[in-house]
Design a binder for this molecule. Structure first.
Ligand code: CAA
Length: 283
């Protein structure tokens, strides 16, 4: 199957990053969100990222403009009728995703693959909202999308082999590395990452060390680019809590119990970098 047009649903941090790497790879990209201002904001981030590449002399002004011309704004889900693949990067809420996928199933041509960038929701359940579960798949990009090499590709129970192959090939054209995983809570990335972050929060909660000390141990001792508490702030503490709850509920094992301090911060609205305060304070 020849993919030419990609529709990205959600122009936030993940959606705009996905749109950027697809446009850079030469695909025509329809960037969709609920309001024009959200799409504009996403395009602004993409333009800023590309200007940075021009400044670094990794790309010419012409190349930047070419990439920007691959992007089309959309606030109408009906534009999915033009798409060969839709990559959904909306909020992490099963009801919302199920509704989007059911609508897309009605609108998109028969050949269109419906992918979700969900970080932990079951692909099989999202697929069940459609009449084409064999064409539904997880495409989990990492944040920041333009920098991180991994795309975790998640097979739902019914995902067809040929659909998996198309997505694996497309991922390579984005200059990313595909890794195949099956549909279990948290997949591989968040099943391993989030308990580490949660444990770092427990060590803070129990007074084992300061937040700076915990981050320093993991940065300098384990060569992680960011300490786990900094990373939690970067991901968003609400997202971390949501994923821990998904693991806890999905496996029913107490080892995934979210730390009470994480719950407290989320209740306080201290969600990390995006709200200006999490474990650290941001300007
Ligand atoms: N968008 C585009 N480019 C970005 C960026 C962004 N949001 N953030 C950083 N960059 C670029 C910078 O422009 C810089 O590029 P140049 O070399 O061209 O200048 C490069 O990345 C390095 O940035 P910095 O020098 O500012 O800082 P750094 O060396 O600390 O790198 C980082 C920043 C890449 C974010 C690095 O700290 C890192 O890898 N952190 C860990 C990220 C991580 O673990 N991500 C996964 C999160 S989990 C997830 O996404 C899944 C989930 O479901 C929750």
């Amino acid at each position: 199957m020849n993919i030419k047009t990609v529709m990205v649903i959600g122009a936030g941090q993940m959606g705009s990053g996905i749109a950027q790497v697809c446009a850079q790879a030469g695909y025509k990209v329809i960037l969709n969100d609920l309001k024009d201002e959200f799409v504009e904001k996403g395009l602004g981030v993409i333009s800023k990222n590309l200007s940075h590449q021009v400044q670094k002399e990794r790309m010419t002004e012409d190349e930047k403009n070419n990439i920007l011309s691959n992007l089309v704004k959309s606030t109408n889900l009906g534009d999915a009728k033009e798409a060969d693949i839709v990559i959904e990067a909306a909020v992490e809420n099963m009801n919302i995703k199920a509704k989007i996928f059911a609508d897309l199933d009605q609108i998109a041509p028969e050949h269109t693959i419906l992918a979700s960038n969900t970080s932990s929701l079951p692909i099989t359940e999202i697929a069940a909202a459609t009449k084409r579960p064999e064409k539904v798949i997880g495409m989990h990009f990492m944040n920041p999308v333009p920098v991180m090499k991994l795309v975790e590709i998640i097979r739902g129970l019914a995902t067809a082999d040929e659909v998996y192959q198309v997505i694996e090939d497309m991922t390579k054209t984005l200059n990313k590395v595909p890794v195949e995983v099956n549909d279990f809570p948290g997949f591989v990335s968040n099943r391993v990452l989030m308990p580490m972050i949660n444990e770092a929060i427990y060590t803070l909660y129990e007074g084992v060390a300061t937040k700076e000390a915990i981050d320093e141990v993991m940065k300098l001792g384990m060569n992680h680019p960011m300490g786990p508490l900094t990373l939690a702030d970067f991901i968003g503490l609400d997202t971390c809590l949501y994923i821990m709850e998904t693991l806890h509920e999905g496996f029913g094992d107490d080892k995934y119990r979210p730390c009470p301090l994480l719950r407290k911060y989320v209740k306080a609205g201290w969600l990390g970098k995006k709200t200006g305060r999490g474990f650290y304070i941001y300007d």
